[in-house]
Structure formats: structure tokens, C-alpha cells
Design a protein around this ligand. Structure first.
Ligand code: GLN
Length: 532
């Protein structure tokens, strides 16, 4: 079949959950047997999300092919279980960079290079690239920002052009907000009407409206919106607050979102999808009674900086028939004086990833407390590096052990930039990015957790465990059980004597999906539940 394109835009306010709506629509179509992907167009000028401050923008998600992406791509993968790539996340920066490079190569043959048609053609080419190359049945495209933003104008213009060119093969879904005015005791649709008018003034008539609201939007009100916005009454659906984002596809299904799309795009309706495994996941989540208390020690105050870790932990809790009670411990405030009272109540501790020295001391303190008290501990990236340095300082007795970056004079550069890493870094040569193979030592705890020896993990870091210290570590009880088969760089450490003390150089949180939870998170939660 010809690829169908669904464009998801948002209005009234940001943070309404466009990523979740896009993921849910894609999920419903996937459940009907279609081959679906999702892409995000971000109107900012940054080339990618790599240099965005995690404390302001949240997590930088990493794809298998090493692209540093918007965190919405994490939702796409968690919902669909389909791997995203660099092509699934385009920014205005990338678009302009490509156009400017073409201009320098004289590809525009002396023409004046303009937003319309050159920038818009470049955007359109990227909007249809995945469909053309991989022949997806559906490509869901989320446009970042809100309608009316200056910077998203070229994207909306492309949606207008593609709707015109593709006819029935293109569809516009617009997400808006219906606020409840407590003083009036009423919900208000005016912002939605204005948002749709704005979209219409840019030449795009939405086919489907999703009304985000905290309270039920009654049918009368939905009819009124339909009438004012030139949208079919049954194509105005609502998305009200739900206890878990994973409930959203089911809510849309109950309002026949999938049927509306298929009908509008001229496809047969067929059987209603059952979403069996998805529903059993939700049922298990709802029925879980036991609580698992986890402390996430990290250097960022913004919880979104740990989005994928939060989701991975909560998925793993569900699969262990428990409810996750996750608390954030800001490492900057953690000292040896307050560590016991801060961490003692947790059944498991996660030491989080991060960049820069700020707040790292608190992670060392947490690692030491967790190790000495045999609390299940999961070190991710920077967390793993802190586990190793804490071990070197307090067990091996190398009191000056450090990351070379934080102390250039240390004799015990336990974490450093390794020669071997340089062959694996990206173009600008500073970061190891994307998925790499790792071979696990037979009989190690980690190998038993995975149930196989060869695994892979996604990386995003500069520093590595210094191979010169492997022997010291192993003799003293911290085993280097995961090795990159090409470069011999250490990817996993564990202390087998402790109940669960594992650190990984990669980011397992990017790979845990609703229907395919990551074995390390599953095992960590299981052990945490048994610990207290
Ligand atoms: N700052 C560390 C490094 O670059 C850890 C990075 C991370 O946690 N992803 O190696």
C-alpha cells in the first residue's frame, strides 16, 4: 500500500502530551498489523539534543545508531517496540545545515535560497524520507512546539503542502486543551476554537481533534467544537488525565480513533485490535499491591532528565507485580552526615548518569553507603563510574582515585579517556555514541540475568574504566564482567559478594519497552523487593 502520513500538531499550550498521542495513534495502527513508525520534527536551531542542558530540557535519548535525540523518541520506542534512528528526529538546525551545505556546493544553481521553497522542500523531503525508503504503511509525524510559534511556521506550511499533494494519504490531527474554569464551574472550548482558527489561517484544516482535559468533555461540548472547527462530530475525541500514560492508546481505542483514521484515509476498517499483551500489562499494573521503594541518586534536579530510567523502573515494577515508589535524591545535597537517614528506607538505589563534576561527590557517598549496607544498587553510566572510583578509594585504598577530567593530576586515573575509545567516537571525536556489543563473563551475575553471553548496549559518554586497574579491582572483589569484544573496554562491573551491585557503561534504560522490559531493570526490582 502507499505510505499514509499522519501529522500531529498541538495548540493552546505546550506539554499537552503530543508525544504520547502520537505514540498511541501509532500503537493502535500497529496493533492492526500495519507497519508503522513515528518521527519528530523539532523547530529549534540546535543540530540535535546532544548539547541541550538536561536540567532544562530533560533527558537526551540515544538511538541505536548513536543519534542524540529528543526524549519523545523514547516514548516512541517504549510504545512501539520499534527502534528509532537519526532519521526519526529532525531539527531546524539540521534542515538549515543541509540547505546551507547544498548552497555552498552550488546545488541551487545560482538561485536565491529561501525559506519557501528551499527550506520547506528540505523539510518535506525529510518528512517523506522514511516512508519512501522503508515503505512504511504509516508514518506518524509529530511537529514540536505549538501552532502559532514563529519557528514552527515552515513545518506547518509543509503539512499544508503535503496534505494538498497527498490527498487522502495525509491526515492532520490537532491536539488542544480544554481548561476547566473553577470560578465559572465550566469547561471552555474557546482556546481550542482559536487554536484551530490559527491552524486554518495557515491553510491546514485538521481532520481529527484531540481535546486534552482534566475533566470529561461532554458530548454536547464536543459537538460544539466540531461545528465551530469544520471537523466531523465523531472525529473530536478527548484525552483526559489517566493514572498511566500507557492507558492512552486504550482510551483512544474506546473512542474509535483507529477507525476514524482508517475511514478518513480510505482503508478497510476490519477487526478491532485486541491489544492483548498491552492490556495484560495494564491489568498487572493496576492490580499490583506491593510497593517497591527506590531512591534515584542523581546530579540533575529536573526529573525529566531521568525519563527513561523512571519508565524502565516502573515497567519492571509492573512485571514484578509491584508499584514503584520512586524518590529523587539530589546528589548535590548528599553528604556522609545525611546519607544514612536519606537512603536507609530504600529497597534499591539507582546511581544516575550525567555530565560534569557538579554533584558527583554525593554519588560517591551514596555508592559507599549502598555498598557497605548491601543495598541492591544499579549504577548507570556516571553511576557506574562513581561505583568504580568509590571502590578504588575505599577498598583499594587509592585515596586520590578520580576521573581524569575532575583531577588531571591523579595517579589513580580509574576513569579516563582510553586510546581504544578513540576509534569508536563520533565525527567530532569526543563521544562514544550508539549501540556496541558486549561479551559477558560466563557464570557472572550479569550473564545469568541476561541469560546469554553476547549483549549490546547504547552508549553516550567520553570516559572509560581504565584497563590498567582491572587486576586490582578483580582481586579486591569488584569483577569486570562485561567487555567490548573489539576494544577490550570494560562495559560492566559487579561485586558478586553483594546481593546486587552492578554498574554498566551503557544506558539500558533506552532499551526497555512496555512489552519488552529490560532484564537488568527486572532483576534489580526483583532483588530490591526481596531486600527489605
Ligand atoms: N560524564 C561521563 C562520561 O562522559 C558519564 C556520561 C554519562 O553519564 N552518560 O564518561
Amino acid at each position: 500500500m502507499e505510505t499514509k502520513y499522519i501529522f500531529v500538531t498541538g495548540g493552546v499550550a505546550s506539554s499537552l502530551g503530543k508525544g504520547i498521542i502520537s505514540s498511541s495513534i501509532a500503537k493502535l495502527l500497529q496493533a492492526r498489523g500495519y507497519n508503522v513508525t513515528i518521527q519528530k520534527f523539532d523547530p529549534y536551531i540546535n543540530i540535535n539534543a546532544g548539547l541541550l542542558n538536561a536540567n532544562e530540557h530533560g533527558e537526551c535519548y540515544v538511538t541505536v545508531d548513536g543519534h542524540e535525540a529528543d526524549l519523545d523518541l523514547g516514548h516512541y520506542e517504549r510504545f512501539l517496540g520499534v527502534e528509532m534512528t537519526k532519521q526519526n528526529n529532525i531539527t531546524t538546525g539540521r534542515i538549515y545545515q543541509s540547505v546551507i551545505n547544498k548552497e555552498r556546493r552550488e546545488e541551487y544553481r545560482g538561485k536565491t535560497v529561501q525559506v519557501v521553497p528551499h527550506i520547506t522542500n528540505e523539510i518535506k523531503m525529510n518528512m517523506t524520507a522514511l516512508g519512501n525508503k522503508f515503505h512504511y504503511d504509516f508514518v506518524v509525524t509529530e511537529i514540536g512546539g505549538t501552532v502559532g510559534d514563529i519557528e514552527s511556521l515552515p513545518y506547518i506550511e509543509c503539512v499544508r503542502q503535503l496534505k494538498w499533494e497527498l490527498g487522502k494519504n495525509a491526515l492532520s490531527v490537532h491536539l488542544t486543551y480544554v481548561p476547566y474554569l473553577a470560578a465559572a464551574g465550566e469547561m471552555k472550548t474557546k482556546p481550542t476554537q482559536h487554536s484551530v482558527q490559527k491552524l486554518q489561517s495557515l491553510g491546514v484544516q485538521p481532520d481529527i481533534l484531540v481535546l486534552r482535559a482534566e475533566h470529561e468533555v461532554e458530548e454536547d461540548m464536543r459537538r460544539k467544537v466540531a461545528l465551530f472547527c469544520n471537523v466531523d462530530a465523531d472525529a473530536v475525541v478527548q484525552s483526559i488525565d489517566v493514572p498511566t500514560i500507557y492507558q492512552v492508546p486504550i482510551n483512544l481505542l474506546n473512542q474509535h480513533m483507529d477507525e476514524i483514521i482508517l475511514r478518513k484515509m480510505g482503508l478497510p476498517i476490519g477487526e478491532k485490535p485486541t491489544l492483548g499483551p498491552w492490556n495484560s500489562f495494564l491489568k498487572r499494573r493496576q492490580e499490583a499491591k506491593r510497593v517497591v521503594r527506590i531512591g534515584l541518586v542523581g546530579k540533575y534536579e529536573l526529573q525529566d532528565a531521568y525519563k527513561s530510567i523512571m519508565e524502565s523502573l516502573s515497567q519492571a515494577a509492573t512485571y514484578n507485580d509491584s508499584k514503584l515508589k520512586l524518590e529523587f535524591v539530589y546528589s548535590e545535597e548528599l553528604t556522609s552526615d545525611n546519607v544514612a537517614r536519606t537512603l536507609e528506607s530504600y529497597q534499591g538505589i539507582v546511581l544516575g548518569p550525567g555530565f560534569g563534576q557538579h554533584g558527583v561527590d554525593g554519588i560517591y557517598v551514596a555508592a559507599q553507603y549502598a555498598r557497605e549496607h548491601n543495598i541492591p544498587t544499579f549504577g548507570i553510566q556516571l553511576g557506574m563510574q562513581c561505583m568504580s572510583i568509590e571502590f578504588a578509594r575505599n577498598v583499594l585504598g587509592y585515596s586520590d582515585a578520580n576521573v581524569k577530567e575532575h583531577d588531571p593530576d591523579t595517579k589513580h586515573n580509574v576513569i579516563d579517556i582510553m586510546e581504544e575509545n578513540k576509534v569508536m567516537t563520533n565525527i567530532d571525536g569526543t563521544m562514544r555514541l550508539g549501540s556496541f556489543e558486549c561479551v559477558l563473563k560466563k557464570g557472572s551475575k550479569t550473564e545469568k540475568i541476561f541469560g546469554k553471553e553476547v549483549i549490546s548496549g547504547r552508549h553516550r559518554h567520553r570516559y572509560e574504566l581504565n584497563n590498567a586497574f582491572i587486576e586490582d579491582f578483580e582481586k579486591a572483589g569488584m569483577k569486570c564482567v562485561g567487555v567490548n569484544p573489539e576494544t577490550r573496554l570494560i562495559e560492566v562491573v559487579e561485586i558478586p559478594e553483594l546481593r546486587w551491585y552492578i554498574g554498566v557503561q551503557f544506558h539500558p534504560e533506552y532499551e526497555s519497552t512496555v512489552l519488552n522490559p529490560h532484564p537488568l531493570f527486572l532483576s534489580f526490582i526483583k532483588e530490591s523487593l526481596e531486600s527489605k
